[in-house]
Design a protein around this ligand. Structure first.
Ligand SMILES: NC(=O)c1ccc[n+]([C@@H]2O[C@H](COP(=O)([O-])OP(=O)(O)OC[C@H]3O[C@@H](n4cnc5c(N)ncnc54)[C@H](OP(=O)(O)O)[C@@H]3O)[C@@H](O)[C@H]2O)c1
Length: 351
């Protein structure tokens, strides 16, 4: 008989946390506890605790009773337009969290940390591709390094192990945490179509032609659970992407076809400025197409669009390590985008 495990998904309502909860909900040998500040807006059998990780007292109050937790999946994240500004709050949240849960969870077995390709400096300019887990850290500080260092030090000599997943643009759906490429493209396309415009590519010309990659949120969830229960993955980091690569110049006409639009060329723009004032149009579209009543601000963050289409250099992770260690799943990225667009349409999030 398999032993029942208890997962604590930290960042339960985010794009990656929600996918983890959905995945674990379907596994009979897991109990699930979700943690974030706001309660989940989706159906789940997970128990929920509301904790503000920036507040040490809230951590004590919310975490010290969680003695049953065996596995932690840490996906909490606080964003800032200025990437350097994400360091201090995210490092602090993890530092507030880890010692308290370690003390509370008497049978802790594993802590799986969610990182990303920023670990390799992908956001700063051309970097060594494909990036390998063994590549040296870059000289610019990042909270990924702070969190991992803290985790490694805390686990030394203990009965529990750690792992780290490094995806690139996580594609799934989250309401109110809109760092989400699929919803960004889908809402952007829907608004342009409503305005009678073609689907232009808003990023830089080089971002249209460079090699890019993505990670399906469900695939990532499965990989993180695999990492947390596979003894060979203890104290290791893994690049987790769909396993293929693409260029937007080939993907964009496919997206346009899906939305029944004319594909435009590269129309480099500041997306927040271009989309200013579209909230009202969105509200009329909600009425017209009988969509779920979500304000635009819960679905998209146009600053994220600027970021997502700004890399005019190749972004490639080497995923041979996870395969060597036994994770063989992959996803066709084009199919993933089309399936997720269709799901947003089916669920009446977009027309
Ligand atoms: N999104 C991507 O495309 C992407 C790509 C590669 C790597 N990553 C990495 O993946 C990690 C997770 O990102 P994500 O995109 O899944 O994040 P996300 O969608 O923005 O979700 C963040 C989660 O953290 C929770 N949270 C934020 N502040 C909190 C606080 N003070 N106390 C408790 N919970 C808090 C949020 O819930 P509440 O607001 O309700 O508290 C939410 O559940 C980050 O390290 C990010 O760098 C993301």
């Amino acid at each position: 008989m398999t032993m029942k495990k208890t997962a604590l998904v930290v960042g339960a309502t985010g794009v990656s946390g929600r996918a983890l909860i959905n995945y674990l909900d379907r596994q009979e040998d897991w109990s699930v506890i979700g943690l974030s500040r706001k309660p989940p807006y989706f159906e789940t059998r997970a128990r929920f605790v509301s904790v503000d990780l920036t507040n040490p007292e809230s951590c004590q109050e919310g975490l010290s009773g969680l003695s049953e937790v065996t596995h932690v999946f840490y996906t909490a994240y606080v964003d800032n337009k200025v990437i350097a500004e994400t360091r201090a709050p995210n490092a602090r949240m993890f530092a507030n969290f880890l010692p308290v849960i370690e003390k509370a969870a008497k049978n802790l077995q594993h802590v799986c940390l969610l990182q990303g390709t920023k670990y390799y400096g992908q956001y700063l300019g051309p970097f060594k591709t494909p990036a390998k887990e063994t590549d040296p850290r870059i000289s610019v500080p990042h909270f990924y390094y702070d969190q991992q260092d803290l985790l490694m030090a805390a686990s030394e000599g203990k009965d529990w192990s750690w792992s780290a997943a490094r995806p690139h643009v996580i594609c799934g759906f989250a309401l109110g945490n809109p760092l989400n490429l699929v919803a960004t493209i889908a809402v952007y396309a829907s608004l342009l179509r409503e305005m009678g415009e073609p689907l232009g590519f808003p990023g830089k010309p080089g971002a249209f032609t460079s090699i890019y990659q993505a990670t399906d949120a469900d695939l990532l969830a499965k990989a993180m659970v695999w990492m947390s229960i596979s003894p060979q993955c203890a104290n290791e980091a893994f690049n987790i992407t769909n396993g293929d690569f693409f260029r937007y110049q080939n993907m964009w006409p496919v997206f346009a076809r899906h939305f029944g639009m004319q594909a435009g060329g590269v129309e480099t723009m500041d997306v927040p400025s271009r989309m200013r004032g579209t909230d009202k149009l969105w509200d009329t579209m909600v009425e017209k197409y009988r969509l779920q009543r979500h304000p635009l601000s819960l679905l998209v963050n146009w600053d994220f669009a600027n970021y997502a289409f700004s890399n005019d250099w190749d972004v490639m992770s080497d995923t041979t390590k996870c395969r060597k260690f036994g994770f063989l799943d992959f996803i066709d990225s084009e199919q993933m985008f089309l399936d997720q667009f269709s799901a947003l349409q089916r669920d009446k999030i977009i027309p």
